[in-house]
Design a binder for this molecule. Structure first.
Ligand code: ADP
Length: 360
């Protein structure tokens, strides 16, 4: 059993940089939470405050209902897996994994059992006598995880654990972490700047920007109903397209194109008649259709899909750029003209950048 509660947590560093503002989150037992956002948004700082590696400037932190705001790191019963593995080069895999238990002077038989069990879970059984230098990056990462597993901590903390791995290994290790989470049923907090990792791993995502939590929700909630243009642009690849549009009865008018609104969309935008809003359209929600004239610049075949980049009408302005992810194999050339339609639209308030939702 391990629940975490972060309540109104701030972090102000000694140089007066405020890295985290009013962070609130209740982590359920066994939940895998991914903190995601661009570099410098305060993810690691938050994780390090949970670990006890940074002081909490304001707010409270609870583990299983117990206030651990000022509890030293070593007494928090958490294990952190870093991106640089931090393995001891002179020790074997076995010794690396056993190290924290040996320090605690656990019974050698118990240590042996725990190390073998962790090695089994991680597929490291045949590597136990090797030194870290003899292992691949992926195997080293697993040893680092093994060191955490043997301690049977209440909470696992991961700080960008895959960022030193190449793309293929990243995918494989990501799936291993997912299986590990299922198998251990452990509460985990995982930091990454990679939206794909967030979408594929998380039970719930915490999306951050500039020290503030922008949205907390399941991957589908963040993808389907982003709270604002930041989340909308950060989650999803290629990123969502955004256009300033004027709302009038029945349609939206932008630079060089118009799109019709369904009755339901008109209802959602009722309070915005005559005003400018931000229209968001995901590349995968665009298809060939009669509505939006586009001049193609590049055509990227991905096999199942084609990424078509271009601009709306004849405009070369950055605001007129468009990226579409079309089904199947397309062969557009630079300069081709095509028309697209938007299958799904997201609306955002121009002033607040918050999503405009029906009935709000
Ligand atoms: P992220 O993990 O999202 O990349 P960090 O939590 O590392 O972001 O950093 C958040 C902000 O805090 C950044 O502006 C960073 O420069 C600043 N920061 C991080 N560590 C320190 C520190 N030890 N002293 C002062 N500022 C720091």
């Amino acid at each position: 059993m391990a629940t975490l509660s972060l309540q109104h947590i701030d972090k102000i560093y000694d140089n007066n940089v405020q890295a985290v503002f009013d962070f609130n989150l209740d982590v359920k037992d066994g939940e895998l939470i991914v903190l995601v956002g661009p570099s410098g948004c305060g993810k690691s700082t938050t994780l390090r405050m949970v670990a006890g590696l940074e002081d909490i400037s304001a707010g409270r932190l609870f583990l299983d209902g117990k206030d651990i705001t000022v509890t030293p790191a070593k007494d928090r019963d958490m294990a952190m897996v870093f991106q640089n593995y931090a393995l001891y080069g002179h020790m074997t895999v076995y010794e690396n994994m056993a190290f924290s238990l040996t320090l605690r002077k656990e019974n050698p038989n118990v240590i042996h059992k725990k190390v073998l069990a962790a090695a089994e879970i991680l597929g490291l059984t045949s590597q136990l006598n090797k030194k870290p230098a003899q292992l691949s990056g992926g195997q080293r990462q697993r040893v680092a995880m093994g060191r955490s597993i043997v301690r049977n901590p209440k909470v696992f903390l991961f700080d960008e654990p895959l960022s030193n791995l190449d793309a293929k290994l990243r995918g494989a290790t990501r799936r291993e972490i997912l299986l590990l989470h299922k198998r251990l049923g452990a509460t985990m907090l995982y930091v990454t700047h990679d939206q794909t990792e967030a979408l594929t791993l998380a039970d719930r995502i915490v999306c951050m920007s500039m020290g503030y939590v922008q949205q907390v929700g399941t991957p589908l909630e963040l993808y389907d109903s982003p709270a604002n243009t930041f989340v909308a642009g950060f989650i999803g690849l290629p990123p969502m397209n955004f256009y300033d549009m004027t709302v009038s009865a029945g349609e939206l008018a932008g630079e060089g194109f118009k799109v019709a609104l369904t009755a339901e969309e008109q209802d959602t935008l009722r309070a915005y008649n005559g005003k400018t809003i931000i229209l968001g359209v995901r590349p995968e929600d665009i298809a060939e259709g009669p509505d939006v004239p586009v001049t193609v610049t590049t055509n990227e075949n991905l096999g199942m899909n084609t990424l078509v980049h271009g601009h709306i009408g004849a405009s070369k302005a950055a605001s007129a750029k468009i990226s579409a992810k079309l089904k199947g194999w397309c062969d557009y050339k630079n300069g081709d003209t095509v028309t697209f339609s938007f299958k799904r639209k997201h609306f955002f308030d121009k002033e607040t950048t918050n999503a405009i939702r029906k009935g709000e």
